[in-house]
Write a protein that binds this ligand. Structure first.
Ligand code: ZN
Length: 387
């Protein structure tokens, strides 16, 4: 591969690349696969300090309470440190782009100074429609105080989920110019409790939300996806995390709105969420990506581990398709098909080299997605950041 500045210029055999030109630096990496850097389409880096502290398979509201307790006393410095360590862990494991979400906003400031390609989002929550306008204007002010966006750094604002935000807040964030960086991202249809809240107006999550906002009423009996769609709250090309509990009609809406779905296999297993109708989603042509979610519901931030978990759960899915979820599909979700997640002339030179002695009798993609790898080199925009 020949790289110039931040772009890939040419790929091929050494012979095809031709002789070295003056000023070229030749790097030979034996017994390695050079491949696109991976894209983590959903994570919460600032929650890293809760790593290993929360028990598995607990009801979601209980997890939230424990998470809050484990973060008790943490201030801006701790959140920034967690975001920094998380980003470095991502790079070390070959992830060159992250779509990050955080309540405190500290990761937005921290990621500006780290050589990973990032889409950090300040995440808004608020069921009281009265607070929507004030939350959005405070978020705009916060954004204005951040370092300016660059080729690598794209700060923005998002909402948490349809169950934790009023339709007014969801609408304002979806529509306010200047808030968005990359696609509109949201947690949707993650748990059975969320479905019970929307479809039946009851359950542990509904009670939890009603304790926070006693005025909460579920007017319609419908799925979270249908609720969003009916209210015009799915901008074309959105990026929804989870979608574990979606039915055929939800999937039709996701396909129609060209919404990408970020599947988080290890976080889903941590919560024992179940669901995730993979075959229906694939058949409808929904663009599927991979994410790690946070270290409060996952043991690590490696997308190789995430791909391996997915491969174990779904051995019939072609390995090449699994790799696409962490590369070209995620790039498409970011509106950067052809520019990220692939190594072709003109693409961003976000690439990694993983240690691998290829055995021609095995499928190369299978070898890549089925286990963890030592990452020998990581480059973002042509700059070696791990080597
Ligand atoms: Zn999440």
């Amino acid at each position: 591969m020949r790289v110039s500045g931040d772009r890939v210029v040419q790929t091929g055999t050494l012979q095809e690349l031709g002789p070295e030109a003056a000023g070229d630096t030749l790097r030979d990496i034996p017994d390695a696969v050079i491949m696109p850097g991976l894209i983590n389409a959903h994570c919460h880096l600032e929650l890293g300090m809760a790593r290993g502290m929360l028990p598995r398979c607990e009801a979601f509201p209980m997890w939230v309470s424990r998470l809050r307790k484990s973060l008790d006393g943490a201030g801006p410095l701790q959140y920034r440190e967690a975001a920094r360590l998380g980003a470095l862990e991502c790079l070390k494991h070959g992830t060159t782009t992250v779509v990050d979400v955080g309540n405190t906003g500290e990761s937005l400031a921290e990621l500006a100074g780290i050589p990973i390609r990032s889409y950090p989002h300040l995440e808004l929550i608020g069921l009281d429609p009265e607070v929507a306008a004030q939350r959005v204007s405070a978020a705009l002010e916060r954004l204005a105080g951040l370092p300016p966006a660059t080729q690598r750094y794209h700060p923005g604002v998002t909402c948490h989920a349809p169950y934790s935000c009023s339709p007014e807040l969801l609408r304002k964030v979806a529509e306010t110019a200047g808030l968005r960086a990359g696609p509109y991202t949201l947690h949707v249809a993650e748990s059975a409790e969320e479905t019970a809240m929307f479809r039946e107006g009851r359950g542990a999550l509904f009670e939890f939300c009603r304790r926070i906002h006693p005025g909460l009423r579920m007017q319609q009996r419908e799925s979270p996806v249908s609720f969003l769609n009916r209210n015009g709250l799915i901008p074309k090309g959105s990026l929804f995390a989870h979608c574990n509990h979606v039915d055929a009609e939800d999937i039709r809406i996701l396909a129609e709105t060209e919404t990408s779905v970020v599947h988080c296999p290890r976080s889903r297993a941590f919560f024992n969420h179940g669901g995730f109708p993979l075959e229906l989603l694939r058949r409808a042509g929904v663009n599927l990506c991979l994410g790690t979610d946070s270290l409060a519901s996952n043991e690590g931030l490696s997308l190789f581990d995430e791909m391996a978990e997915f491969h174990r759960e779904h051995p019939a899915v072609p390995s090449r398709e699994i790799l696409a979820m962490a590369t070209v599909n995620a790039a498409k979700a970011l509106g950067l098909a052809g520019a990220l997640g692939c190594l072709r002339p003109g693409a961003q030179a976000d690439f990694i080299a993983i240690e691998m002695r290829h055995h021609p009798e095995y499928d190369l993609y299978e070898e890549i997605v089925s286990e963890a790898h030592d990452v020998l080199l990581v480059a973002v925009g042509g700059e070696e950041v791990v080597s």
